[in-house]
Design a protein. Structure first.
Length: 763
């Protein structure tokens, strides 16, 4: 009896090895042959995430702020760095970004598969059926597509685990199960993709509805409504406390970002394209398909769950998965417009795409497929299988099979691999044969073999890998770093290299376009070489950063009226410009390398500047208008974030800016702190071409002084005449409060745990 749990896990081991072997097969080019995957957001996002984590671990660089993206950005608050995600920490600790992003997705595939297997087992599915469900999810076309973005894949790998612990809490609403659920949701939040958390919560809420009306609650002494409320609220409280360090800064950033008032859906596919993605895995290059399950065979098997008598748990997952898929289809379905227009789903208006909900719905489909296989296998386990029940089941299965055929004929796609139809038809034929022969117990193993073949033939080969030499240091980075003074200057890209994130896996230009984007230092590849950029592949740029983009592009193309030295690209230190063609302006110097076009702005100022000529604006919009009208070097200031700190009695602005009014004798600069020893010959403004944000604070000779926003995307400190020591430091209050709440929650949990252990010991 003692060895029973060990025996149970041992019998599961061969099944668990299947997704591990397939994941290893998928990433074999990277794990064993020095290759690296190159599709989607791989180079423009994933590499920088691991690099930021590596800098934090190995170089001690604070993740709270970076001057490398968006002209200055609260990177930790964005969340996508996942600095509290243990998976990010482990990979960044042991690997460089190129090999690390491959190892990362290999691990996320295995982690998600194990969680999915556990979820299916929690619903009493057999081992073969549970393995099938795990493979359905982690090797679906949709989930494989998001191996390009480690923030998304890092979040999604926790979703099956959250659902697993949610089911355990529903079954046994005790303190232990609620705490484990809270920790799993916390990991999902720390992974750094808020929409994954949003969709997961929606799924769990919808899943819970049938349970409320099933009569299950209150059916035992330990599952009363009071017990659910107490443990559920406890789990929510613990989760809020543990993750306060992440969500408090995120909410602060969201309020100051371009999405503060919501955003439009910009990633939308037609209904036929989404349905094609669920039914087929095809090699297309015209983007007429949106990745989904990628298999009519899997859709058919999952639909068989409709032929069984479901309990409230299965009904809950059916409704939840369908609801998430409906959300994921967006405006393709009329109901979505009402859900969004009337805010029926809280928070939906803040996301620019809804397709991630399809990926969460696929978890439910994988579970339903597993349940269907398991219940079919059990049909032959009873003493007698009544003829009437058998006929009804076969009739229902045949109807579903014909409906799937009708759907395939309705949404016809050319160049579909014959194996897709073979596995679909084969599943139906095998099921009919097994029913007649009363051999349903083997159905799960045959379906498992079918899906393994589909994965091996259809899903693994298309994932593109390239030689890791593609990511060697670009010539542009070498040129910039050859001169130490260039470290103050930024690069700005206004090319169409962003299309690398949208190209098909089968595109013949995939490697060439990725190489070109890398050579251009397209954001966020610049992070690898510590070269500041005005762009980034992130979701929440500051609203003021987006505000100045049209003017800066006009300045670059030579259509802006401001003379050199008074343009935003000059004030903000934008020296290197990546373009598709050479603009008709004499103010930029051509610099062409590696068949890409780079222009050099010789008027770009250094990061640290001084001004005696200034104007006060009321807002960022007012500041931008004043900059457009200004024809002389002028500092345009905005009030501090705390307007009560505004300095009264400022000296009068000079008619002409005196550029040498401030002498800096020494300086110490990091990403979160500026320290200067200066001699101000007269009252002057110290300007830093690095975005202002709540949390930046300054001291002059140990006395606090306000930080003003300046030139829309910079900050400035007023310096009186004389010799001074100036410190400008980033200390965000939202992070400090969140960190305190996290440690307080951990302390309370520790005290509770110690008390629980000792109270049991002395009973």
């Amino acid at each position: 009896m003692r060895n029973e749990p060990g025996r149970k896990y041992l019998t599961s081991l061969p099944y668990l090895l299947i997704p591990v072997v397939l994941a290893t097969w998928l990433y074999a080019p990277a794990l064993f042959f020095g290759k690296t995957k190159i599709f989607g957001d791989t180079i423009i996002h994933s590499l920088s995430v691991i690099e930021f984590n590596r800098k934090m671990i190995h170089e001690g660089i604070s993740p709270l702020w970076t001057n490398l993206l968006f002209g200055g950005h609260p990177y930790f608050a964005e969340g996508q760095g996942g600095f509290f995600n243990p998976l990010n920490f482990m990979v960044a600790l042991l690997f460089n970004p190129v090999i690390g992003q491959n190892i990362y997705n290999w691990l996320t595939t295995i982690i998600a598969a194990l969680g999915m297997y556990g979820l299916c087992r929690q619903l009493r599915c057999g081992r073969a059926a549970s393995t099938f469900g795990a493979l359905v999810v982690v090797f679906s076309s949709y989930w494989l597509q998001y191996h390009d973005n480690i923030t998304v894949s890092g979040a999604m790998c926790y979703i099956p685990w959250v659902f697993l612990f949610f089911e355990r809490w529903i079954e046994h609403p005790v303190v232990k199960s609620s705490l484990v659920l809270a920790v799993s949701v916390s990991l999902l939040i720390f992974a750094g993709y808020p929409q994954a958390f949003h969709g997961t919560v929606i799924y769990m809420v919808v899943r819970l509805i049938p349970t409320l009306f099933s009569g299950y609650i209150g059916s035992r002494e330990d599952n009363s409504m009071r017990q659910y409320l107490l443990t559920g609220l406890g789990a929510v409280t613990v989760c809020i406390g543990l993750t306060a360090v992440q969500w408090l800064p995120l909410l602060e950033l969201a309020a100051l970002s371009h999405r503060s008032g919501g955003t439009d859906i910009i990633f939308q596919m037609p209904l036929d394209g989404i349905l094609r993605g669920f039914l087929f895995t095809i090699s297309e290059e015209e983007n007429l398909i949106f990745r989904g399950l990628g298999s009519i065979f899997i859709c058919f098997v999952a639909s068989l769950s409709l032929t069984i008598k479901p309990n409230y748990r299965i009904i809950g997952h059916m409704i939840a998965s369908v609801f998430l898929i409906v959300l994921g289809m967006g405006y393709s379905l009329p109901v979505f417009e009402y859900l969004r227009k009337y805010s029926i789903i809280p928070g939906l208006m803040y996301f620019r795409g809804v397709h991630l909900y399809l990926g969460i719905g696929i978890v439910g489909i994988g579970l339903l497929a597993s349940v269907a296989i398991d219940r079919i296998q059990r049909q032959a386990a009873g003493p007698v299988n009544p003829c009437k029940r058998k006929i009804i089941f076969m009739a229902g299965t045949t109807i579903l099979f014909l409906m799937c055929i009708g759907l395939v004929l309705r949404i016809r796609v050319e160049h579909v691999a014959i194996i897709q139809y073979a596995s679909f038809i084969g599943a139906y034929v095998v099921l009919m044969i097994f029913i007649f022969a009363k051999k349903q117990k083997w159905f799960g193993h045959v379906m498992l073999a079918f899906i393994i073949v589909e994965i091996a033939v259809l899903r693994i080969p298309p994932v593109p890998f390239s030689d890791a030499k593609l990511f060697e240091k670009p010539h542009l980075a070498m040129y910039i770093q050859a001169n130490s003074q260039n470290r103050d200057f930024k690069i700005m890209d206004i090319t169409n290299s962003w299309i690398v994130g949208l190209q098909s896996l089968w595109s013949p230009r995939l490697e060439a376009e990725n190489s070109k984007a890398f050579m251009r230092l397209f954001p966020s590849t610049n992070v690898l070489w510590n070269i500041p950029s005005m762009g980034a592949c992130l979701a929440l740029p500051l609203a003021r950063q987006q505000l100045i983009q049209p003017k800066m592009q006009m300045e670059i193309m030579g259509t802006d009226s401001n003379p050199p030295g008074t343009r935003l690209i000059d004030y903000l230190g934008v020296r290197f410009l990546s373009l598709e063609s050479i603009p008709k302006t004499s103010d930029l110097k051509p610099l062409i390398t590696d068949n890409i076009i780079i222009m050099e702005n010789i008027y770009a100022a250094h990061r640290i500047q001084s001004f005696t000529r200034y104007e006060l604006a009321n807002s960022a919009e007012d500041a931008l208008n004043r900059l457009k009208q200004s024809k002389k070097p002028t500092l345009i200031l905005e009030p501090p974030f705390n307007k009560k700190e505004t300095i009264k009695g400022l000296p009068v602005s000079t008619a002409i800016n005196i550029s040498n009014a401030l002498e800096i004798s020494s300086s110490k600069i990091t990403n979160v702190e500026y320290e200067f020893n200066v001699h101000a010959r007269k009252p002057v403004w110290l300007f830093i071409a690095d975005a202002n944000y709540p949390g930046w604070q300054a001291e002059i000779d140990g006395h606090s002084t306000p930080v003003y926003s300046a030139q829309v995307l910079g900050k400035a400190v007023f310096v009186p005449s004389g010799i001074h020591k100036i410190t400008v430091e980033f200390k965000p209050r939202s992070f400090m409060i969140g960190l305190f709440l996290m440690f307080l929650t951990l302390l309370i949990l520790l005290i509770f745990g110690i008390h629980h252990v000792y109270s049991k010991r002395f009973i």
